[in-house]
Unconditional design. Structure first.
Length: 541
């Protein structure tokens, strides 16, 4: 692999600017784009040539990518630090019997059916089995993967006109911060509210803190029977849900092997199925399954997740670009960057290889983003003229389904313009010529022209969805999931554990008593907190 990296470094040192590549290769788009499952990936502005792309494919071969892909889909315990298989694609295909014991397959199949029944009832504005028990509000309590995916889907796929029907309003609570909870409960009626608790372990402190408060809020206003039937849970630990007095028929099992950041396809997506309807949720699964099939079957040279992942490796390890901006030019995808942050950085933010040794290359990019065109008026200035080069994923929709086609065309035009401007830039001669044509004096041109120069040569991908539909959205999300997996294979790390999350949780539990009563001092070994605890005690009311 060292030889391949050396060749790529050599090319990067001597490669033409992206603008030159676009000018000198008239059919560059034809050679550096591909499509599948309603998505187009245009990577003609990434700065690579055909030889370097071939070297990246050879890098994937040397990392034994095809073998790892086979392990993923065959149920091998590739999350070896937790001795777990990685089976979340099963939710998209629904064929649990292919990899699971009959009893578990039956339980999860029943969970899928129950999810549809519950979602249908709640979407109609009433509790399951009782059309007279009204539900106007649903509170989804979760954090991380138990919330980010469902929130993305609810924002993306709520149907126009839902506010004119009986579809309940969905609210999300995550951070243990009590402010949003108190503000929310002040305007809800407990007799018209259903609570959905999503926690794989059913012990997550933030989630259970909110649950305890919401349960007390309802118990103070309703009789025990009405309280019980307004509680729902999604977990891999149904016995723990039962300890919280949640009826068995209102508990949906998600499977211990369902990683939180990959769980939106499972009953974790219950609120999404309510917002978009069970039929549309099934279409989302179908779109995801189609991308699974493409990822499994397409040769590497035509495989969109593989190509995109190798471009990420090129940017991260060869060009030394640590960031990736994800900019959807579609407001329904506003939550996509937040969801992807967890999928990518929790998966690949690792410094230890699968062999237990320090990795020999940089790993995860830092993901951030916002919707275009809003982002153009915030951090795009730094993209165009700043000293840090940031690769960008631009995401657009051809057929948005909106009635204002003119506005959508303007939106896509802005996206294409930004990608073009980043790639080509604007040199001093062009700036001076434009200023002269505008009648600016020579003195002013000499004084100001340099401030208007855009260096260009800044890479981006353009991802176009043929239409905004559950199928293409499902394909887009799975495209990103598998892209992250391929990165992990190249870097030789386990993408499916998250031990870095655990240390802070453990420390928080140890520190909390000292924050509640600062007079007891910091826990043993954490004396550096005493000054802060003194300050808290001094100013606490």
């Amino acid at each position: 692999m060292a030889e391949i990296y050396s060749l790529l470094h050599k090319y990067n040192k001597n490669r033409p600017a992206i603008g030159e590549l676009l000018d000198n290769e008239p059919d560059r788009y034809g050679h550096f784009s591909g499509s599948a499952c309603g998505l187009l990936l245009d990577f003609s502005r990434c700065g690579l040539d055909s030889e370097s792309i071939s070297n990246l494919f050879e890098l994937a071969n040397l990392a034994d990518f095809e073998s790892w892909r086979e392990k993923l889909f065959s149920g091998a315990a590739i999350n070896f630090t937790e001795n777990r298989s990685v089976l979340h694609p099963l939710w998209r295909h629904g064929n649990f019997r292919s990899l699971l014991p009959d009893d578990e397959s039956a339980r999860l199949g029943q969970a899928v059916k129950d999810m549809g029944t519950i979602a249908t009832a709640l979407r109609s504005g009433h509790l399951p089995g009782d059309e007279t028990a009204r539900v106007r509000h649903i509170v989804h309590i979760g954090i991380g993967g138990s919330l980010l995916g469902p929130k993305l889907l609810v924002d993306a796929c709520s149907q126009p006109g839902d506010h004119d029907r009986d579809v309940p309003e969905i609210h999300f609570l995550s951070s243990v911060d009590p402010g949003p909870r108190e503000q929310l409960l002040s305007r809800l009626d407990p007799s018209e509210t259903a609570i959905i608790i999503v926690s794989k372990s059913f012990t997550t402190s933030e989630v259970m803190t909110h649950a305890r408060s919401l349960f007390a809020w309802q118990e103070a206003a309703l009789d025990a029977k009405d309280v019980a039937r307004r509680r729902f849970a999604v977990t891999s630990m149904p016995d723990k849900a039962a300890e919280w007095s949640i009826a068995k028929e209102r508990v949906l099992e998600m499977g211990e092997w369902t990683g939180g950041r990959y769980s939106l396809w499972s009953p974790v997506g219950l609120t999404a199925a309510i917002a978009m309807g069970p039929e549309a949720f099934n279409r989302l699964l179908e779109g995801g399954a189609a991308m699974d099939a493409h990822f499994q079957d397409a040769p590497m040279e035509q495989n969109l997740p593989v190509i995109a992942a190798l471009i990420d490796v090129w940017h991260r390890n060869i060009c030394d670009l640590p960031n990736l901006a994800v900019i959807p030019y579609e407001s329904r995808l506003a939550e996509l960057p937040g969801w992807l942050q967890q999928v990518a950085m929790e998966s690949n933010g690792k410094g230890t290889s699968v062999n237990g040794e320090p990795v020999n290359s940089e790993t995860s990019q830092v993901i951030f983003g916002d919707c275009g065109t809003d982002a153009q008026h915030s951090f795009f200035q730094a993209f165009h003229q700043g000293t840090e080069v940031v690769p960008v994923d631009f995401i657009g929709v051809i057929n948005s389904g909106h009635s204002d086609n003119e506005a959508n065309a303007r939106l896509v035009s802005h996206m294409l313009a930004q990608a073009t401007a980043l790639a080509r830039g604007k040199d001093l001669a062009a700036v001076r010529a434009d200023m002269k044509a505008a009648g600016v004096s020579l003195d002013e041109i000499n004084r100001l022209a340099q401030h208007r120069v855009m260096p260009g040569n800044r890479p981006s991908n353009i991802i176009l969805m043929d239409e905004f539909s559950p199928e293409t959205l499902g394909a887009l999300l799975v495209f990103y999931e598998h892209r992250v997996f391929v990165q992990s294979v190249i870097w030789g790390i386990n993408a499916f554990d998250q031990w870095g999350v655990e240390l802070g949780k453990t420390l928080a539990g140890a520190i909390e008593p000292s924050v509640v009563d600062p007079s007891i001092g910091a826990p043993d070994g954490l004396h550096e907190l005493n000054g802060l605890l003194d300050h808290i005690q001094k100013y606490r009311r």
